[in-house]
Design a protein around this ligand. Sequence first.
Ligand code: SF4
Length: 99
Amino acid sequence: MNKFKTMEDKLGLDKFKPSHETHLKIKKEVKGNKVDEKKLVEEVLFICPAKVYTYDENKGQAIVSFENCLECGTCRVAAPDEIEWEYPTGGFGVTYKYG
Ligand code: SF4
């Protein structure tokens, strides 16, 4: 029987060494048009398996919890024009544990 019941159980095996600087940014504008962060987060970036992107209604802006990034690249493919994506600085980021 699988000892992992949820995705969160599996993600709990990963180790993170977060950098002090984000390696993920949502652009403010694309081709002269302001990016609608709420729509982007709720309609596209919800696909992030680590729930890195959320929208704070009180602040009226997207929150990017880059410390939790799995470096899978899914958001980069889903929103190639809106996301500035880089790997974290060397020595930082996620470390996977298999099994
Ligand atoms: S690279 Fe993957 S884990 Fe990291 S923010 Fe994008 S979708 Fe989420």
